[in-house]
Design a protein around this ligand. Structure first.
Ligand code: ZN
Ligand code: ZN
Length: 240
């Protein structure tokens, strides 16, 4: 299972950065986890129009779904009839339609995508098996994802505060793509929504994941070197 970090910026993009988008490939199957601002343009550097089987959106924050808007628009010109699945958390479809409607582009969504909903359950796209697990992210319904094939597992935190569900997302994963948005001071709001680096490391250790890939991290915040930790950057490719 090959993973390409298309973009890994947090909600305020890092200098020159692309926001959340992770391309997961196995055999003939290609799935994009999240599609934040900048992802479509980055993918178009190597293919005229991204040939993905599905886009899976972890939650409806702009840095994770923003490029669904230009993807919908561009598909009418470039997609040549290709209509990937667009997986959204249950209940998010209405809100996504509202957003596109307010932008005056609501009519482009359904011709561009086969829209699907997931809840806390397993689903498949081609040769990849996925499972969605609800995690703690303010008051926004948000799902961490496990992507499995051939006995290998990529876990993705989406955006999440530390919680038991986040440990379940990462349990025994070969690679755990985990956000570490906060500096060491953390956050004092309730409910919480993100992890510090220390909390990401604690989750990685509690879950017994093999490799921690730190993502969604402001460029200003350092990550000390460790043999079982990699820092995501736009364009990073790793095999799970
Ligand atoms: Zn985010
Ligand atoms: Zn978020």
């Amino acid at each position: 299972v090959r993973v390409t970090v298309v973009g890994c910026s947090p909600a305020c993009p890092n200098p020159g950065g692309v926001q959340s988008g992770y391309l997961v490939e196995h055999g003939e199957t290609r799935v994009l986890l999240d599609c934040g601002p900048g992802v479509l343009g980055k993918l178009r550097e190597t293919e005229t129009w991204p040939a993905v089987d599905a886009i899976v959106i972890s939650h409806l924050h702009l840095d994770h779904f923003g490029d669904v808007v230009p993807w919908s628009l561009g598909a009418s010109t470039f997609a040549a009839g290709r209509r990937p699945e667009l997986w959204l958390p249950r209940g998010a479809i209405g809100r996504l339609r509202d957003v596109l409607g307010a932008l005056g582009v609501g009519a482009f969504l359904d011709p561009a995508f086969e829209i699907r909903e997931f809840t806390e359950a397993a689903f498949s796209v081609g040769e990849l098996d996925l499972a969605a697990i609800a995690v703690a992210h303010y008051d926004t319904p948000t799902f961490g994802l496990r992507v499995e094939a051939d006995g290998r597992c990529l876990a993705y935190s989406a955006d999440s505060a530390p919680c038991d569900a986040l440990v379940a997302v990462a349990a025994g994963a070969d690679a755990f793509l985990c956000e570490a948005t906060l500096d060491d001071d953390g956050e004092s709001c309730t409910p919480r929504g993100h992890c510090t680096l220390g909390e990401a490391l604690e989750t990685h250790e509690a879950a017994g994941s093999r490799l921690l890939v730190v993502t969604h991290r402001p460029a200003e915040l350092a990550v000390p070197e460790r043999p079982d930790v990699v820092v995501a950057r736009d364009g990073l490719v790793f095999d799970v």
